[in-house]
Design a protein around this ligand. Structure first.
Ligand code: HEM
Length: 307
């Protein structure tokens, strides 16, 4: 049975390191071998620093997949849904590889990120790096708790991982979408707390959800809480983390799912809005600066890359 990469469904951590690479020409043979060795590298440091709860994810960019694994393509692997309406934009970038390193020790993440870069160094160019951290009790830098309605327990696996019936060849894999959002916290903090709460349809301090009749159609929760034609909620597993320094701040948004569709529909609902043009007012205070789609192969497929 195929085994998933541990980081996909791992619980939230205190620190994150996200690395985005492009592959250099004519290095695919080397790169396949190097990628196949990364899970063992994660295991080694997870063992050595067991209290760090280290979790890693390796993902392959949608445009790079065929070059790296010509034997087959996950059924629904496709481009990131680039969108732009007025000042609401979701740009798309082309990254070949994504490596997520999460854990409760920033120093251990740093060591592991260094080792990953060393192992891949002859075959890739590092094009983006984001160091992220848990903020207070799991809040976004807006001050609101992020992740409350995430699937919990065993349900995380059902949402995030492809099962044997859905796509047997790629079982235990996952579709990944990322976006680096940059917040305008000066503008956000100029709002009254009640105005901020209306943007999410949740209270700030206690994180209570508004009653249905009090939710504005332009609130974030209203825009992303979608149902399919049979009335079932569309779900994704969010593993986003805040990042920032004294110059710029935001959220590194990360979504895993057994199909790309829920993320695509949610993003469209935020940007295009509903039939009455109600788009997500959260986007007045934050803007996506990057976006990309990847596939997270099972450990079995990663191992095959090295053969
Ligand atoms: C809910 C923040 C972008 C999907 C939430 C909540 C917060 C939040 C505070 C409420 C608590 C929770 O259930 O987690 C943000 C911020 C974003 C962002 C700050 C960008 C800067 C997105 C994007 C998507 C998304 C791009 C998907 C395309 C969801 C979903 C929920 C949610 C599915 C749960 C809704 C529910 O069922 O109540 N987000 N979010 N979010 N967000 Fe976002």
């Amino acid at each position: 049975m195929a085994r998933e990469q541990f980081g996909v469904c791992a619980e939230p951590s205190l620190h994150g390191y996200y690395l985005l690479f492009n592959a250099l020409d004519d290095k695919n043979l080397f790169l396949r071998k190097a990628l196949s060795r990364l899970p063992a590298l994660f295991d080694k440091y997870a063992d050595r620093f067991s209290e760090a709860n280290l979790a890693g994810v390796i993902a392959i960019g949608t445009n790079f997949w065929d070059e790296l694994y010509p034997q087959g393509r996950p059924k629904h692997l496709r481009q990131f849904p680039e969108m732009a309406i007025e000042d609401r934009t979701a740009p798309a970038n082309n990254y070949d590889l994504y490596v997520e390193i999460r854990g409760d020790r920033a120093d251990v993440n740093h060591i592991v990120a260094t080792k990953v870069c060393q192992l891949l160094s002859d075959s890739v160019e590092l094009v983006e790096q984001v160091r992220a951290f848990r903020f207070l009790d799991g809040r976004d830098l807006s001050g609101f708790v992020d992740g409350t309605e995430n699937p919990q327990g065993h349900h995380r696996r059902r949402v995030a991982l492809i099962n044997d019936e859905q796509d047997p060849e790629f079982a235990a894999g996952s579709y990944l979408h990322i976006q680096r959002y940059r917040h305008n916290l000066n503008l956000w903090n100029s709002l009254e707390v009640k105005e901020q709460e209306d943007v999410f349809s949740r209270t700030k301090v206690n994180n209570d959800e508004y009653s249905e009749e009090n939710k504005a159609p332009t609130s974030h929760i209203k825009r992303v809480n979608l149902k399919d034609s049979e009335g079932n909620s569309l779900e994704i597993l969010r593993q986003s983390m805040p990042y920032g320094d004294m110059k710029l701040q935001g959220l590194f948004f990360v979504s895993y799912c057994h199909t790309p569709e829920p993320f695509e529909l949610m993003l469209k609902s935020m940007i295009s809005g509903d039939a009455h043009g109600h788009s997500d007012h959260l986007l007045k205070y934050t803007q996506a600066e990057t976006g990309a789609a990847f596939f997270v192969p099972s450990l079995n497929i990663l191992a095959q890359l090295g053969e």
